[in-house]
Design a protein around this ligand. Sequence first.
Ligand SMILES: [Zn+2]
Length: 242
Amino acid sequence: VRLLVAIHDVTPAHDAAVRELWMLCAKHGVRPALFVVPNWHGMWPLTPDSTFVRWLRDRADGGAEIILHGYRHDEVGLHRRWSDQLRALGRTAGEGEFLTLQLDDARSRIMRGLELLEAVGLHPIGFVPPAWLTHPSATNVAAELGFAVSEDVSAIQLYEQHVRVASPVVRWSARGRWRPYLSSVVAATQNVIHHSALFVRLALHPQDLAHRTTSSSMNRTLAGWTAHRIQCTYSELAEASL
Ligand SMILES: [Zn+2]
């Protein structure tokens, strides 16, 4: 049984919270994957010599995996059809950047993101769309672009092996007044339900630190899972014969 931990929404816009999550993981002996957004909301492009990017490169040099996580992580300028609305139900408030993007648009946006990451010296091994939402026509776009890994809400996709690894994900939400409490209860329940799953993912969002209920639930969850599971990375999975 293995544990995969990731910090989502890694951007200078969340600089302090991202570092705090990193420290939280370190406290539990975990080196999380970093899901980097190249230009958060179109206002936070990564630049080569910013302190944040230098910090990211140091983490990557130390073995942290970089995953491309959208380009700007919002839906500005995009239009949801009713079928998109349905797929996004309860999942995100306007952050499903790849929800409506069909193959060509998805491909060019990923390529733009990849270019920006490469330009600042970061080399992602995978692509994961914001809120794990992809338009059905673009499901395999990450494979086509040569990424080794992707994932959705229920599984990790290993393209070279052509394998889909079932893997539940525990996550939180600190949005609004009641979500922090509800999501902490849900997380506690999932910790029990997924006890015997072969691969469990923990998705930590910087925004979750905004509420004490969610941040202490994350801390408890990390303590609980790391006590009886070995951490595993996406590249280890991609190289394993499953
Ligand atoms: Zn995200």
